[in-house]
Design a protein around this ligand. Structure first.
Ligand SMILES: N[C@@H](CCC(=O)N[C@@H](CS)C(=O)NCC(=O)O)C(=O)O
Length: 210
């Protein structure tokens, strides 16, 4: 019987986080690998699943979910035995705080840096937009580093659905040309992530290294 769960993902993108969490949960799930570069997210077939044209998407027996924060919260709440959220209300609120920030603000800054043409057709303005994006990303990365000081995991003493999101943005730091050795707490966090079998499995499936 086929699994009711199907993840649409693009290797090395934000879909990495729910991909890790599905492997942590360990139930069978199906995967649909898309290439953003080749235009798969613009295809009508995918737009029928997610009109926003973005990954991740999770098909569930209860309907289709988009937005990484919603998918991660769904998995954490749907499989409470995995303890993917802190027990305390304040810890749960901090998870939402992290997820909102990581899934909305950072992609916006990265888009300024990598896709200036999305903001204006005026080619002469692109360099300025990219410079603003780079500065925003740098300040963002410094804030993450601050928040990870003296911590093993992002929230409380426990691995939560926030942690794989941080790992994928660590990789994006390299792609943005940031010197990631300037972020030792985040580097240590990534090393801790690499010790988890579910993370290693996801890296292997997506054929990426972090
Ligand atoms: N807020 C969304 C952002 C998702 C997003 O930006 N996904 C990117 C990959 S990291 C994407 O699918 N881009 C495809 C495109 O722009 O065509 C979320 O958290 O899921």
């Amino acid at each position: 019987m086929s699994s009711p769960l199907m993840l649409y993902y693009c290797p090395g993108h934000m879909s990495f986080a729910p991909h890790v969490i599905l492997n942590e949960i360990g139930l069978p799930f199906e995967r649909r690998c898309l290439s953003i570069k080749s235009g798969d997210t613009a295809q009508a077939e995918f737009r029928a699943v997610n009109p926003k044209g973005k990954v991740p998407v999770l098909k569930t027996a209860e309907g289709i979910l988009t937005e990484s924060s919603a998918i991660l919260m769904y998995l954490a709440l749907r499989y409470p035995g995995e303890h993917l959220l802190p027990d305390a209300a304040v810890g749960q609120a901090q998870v939402v705080e992290w997820l909102n920030w990581l899934s909305s603000m950072l992609p916006a800054s990265i888009a300024l840096r990598l896709h200036p043409y999305r903001f204006t057709d005026e080619q002469s303005a692109w360099a300025g937009i990219q410079a603003r994006g780079q500065a925003e990303c740098e300040s963002f990365y410094q804030m993450v580093e601050q928040k990870l000081q003296h911590k093993t995991w992002a929230v409380s003493e426990r691995f939560t659905v926030v942690d794989p999101m941080l790992m994928i943005f660590y990789r994006w730091g390299d792609l943005l040309g940031l010197d990631m050795s300037a972020f030792p707490c985040w580097q240590r966090h990534t090393e801790n992530m690499r010790k988890r079998p579910a993370v290693l499995k996801t890296l292997a499936t997506e054929e990426i290294t972090i």
